[in-house]
Ligand binder design. Structure first.
Ligand code: NAG
Ligand code: NAG
Length: 310
């Protein structure tokens, strides 16, 4: 196995030298829904401004192993984009060659993950705080998805039943609405963790483990319209202004995220401004994150001003 890898590696390298003689082959992921083709104009911003891990396939369109990777990476991104950012860099393109060299790409495809810390330190550049690691697991869709699930940082807290009555009483002065998920699970799911990342610092995420009917009945005493049955979790928000708001739709990442937008505007995910920029970059209407970054900086400055006035 390793011998064939080395042979392919040599093969790919020697082919790089002969680049000009090969017929043009289009980029692999430019029509992909959940994978973005990056270039030097957006690479750093896309990766380092996110609170998700990014997995990047550095490839060349003509390389055999890259063609093999393509359907698996594509398939992985369908589910995996909920747990990580999926990206690719076409190292065959002139404009990307410095980027590929800077990332030490010696053969194709090389897959690298860029993983953020749980909390960023303020006086160090964000980029410096990411862990950059080659992806060395199996290259099939399920393995990619599992690995990316494992990279999710948890900003979800388990709420003890005895703390629930107090937690449901929120002060008007409290700025951050509280999200509570009631389910029969011991731990928070990857999906729930990812929603907490999308709304990081904007909403507080907790869950209550409903272990039996007594627990469910106890919660019902606290929340009159609490309709729980085993296997169908309940999600509600304790909002300082609106009080307790229970979600009615079927729980899915899309539905929950949409429901939560009435309480806060997420910084990542389907319903975020950032998502629109990413879509713009993918369809060629936007070149970089420049304007988005300026807008974010303005928002941040306004927030700071609000704080100062208090
Ligand atoms: C990432 O986390 C930081 C710090 O918690 C937060 O300010 C920011 O809005 C989050 N999302 C993005 C896309 O920056
Ligand atoms: C969202 O909720 C609606 C209404 O309950 C449901 O029909 C739909 O399948 C849900 N969507 C997803 C993506 O789960």
């Amino acid at each position: 196995m390793w011998l064939s890898n080395i042979i392919t590696l040599l093969f790919c390298i020697s082919f790089t030298a002969a680049r000009s003689q090969r017929p043009y082959e289009p980029p692999h992921y430019s029509n992909s829904k959940n994978i973005i083709e990056l270039n030097p104009l957006n690479f750093d911003d896309f990766i380092y401004s996110s609170n998700y891990t990014t997995i990047v396939a550095f490839y060349a369109p003509w390389c055999g192993y890259c063609k093999q990777l393509r359907p698996e990476f594509e398939k992985a991104s369908k589910k995996g984009h909920n747990y990580a950012q999926f990206a690719a860099v076409n190292c065959d393109e002139e404009k990307n060659q410095k980027l590929c060299a800077a990332n030490n790409i010696k053969g194709f495809p090389t897959i690298i993950t860029y993983r953020p810390p749980k909390t960023f330190r303020e006086n160090i550049e964000r980029k410096e705080q990411f862990a950059t690691q080659p992806y060395e697991n199996k290259r099939d869709a399920a393995s990619f998805v599992d690995a990316m699930k494992g990279t999710l940082k948890s900003f979800v807290k388990k709420l003890k039943l005895k703390h629930l009555p107090k937690y449901l009483k929120i002060e008007e002065s409290s700025k951050i609405p509280r999200v509570i998920l009631f389910s029969d699970k011991f731990t928070a799911s990857a999906t729930y963790k990812s929603i907490a990342i999308d709304f990081k610092d904007l909403l507080e995420f907790t869950y209550v483990h409903i272990d039996n009917d007594d627990t469910a009945n106890y919660v019902k005493e606290l929340i009159p319209d609490f309709q729980y049955s085993e296997g169908s979790p309940v999600l509600l928000v304790v909002d300082p202004k609106k009080g307790i708001v229970t979600m009615e739709d079927k729980l899915s990442k899309y539905n929950i995220s949409k429901f939560l937008t009435q309480f806060a505007e997420p910084s990542e995910g389907e319903f975020s401004e950032r998502h629109k920029i990413i879509e713009g970059i993918k369809n060629g209407k936007v070149k970089s994150f420049l304007h988005y970054k300026k807008k974010q900086a303005r928002k941040q400055a306004e927030k700071q001003l609000d704080k100062d006035e208090l």
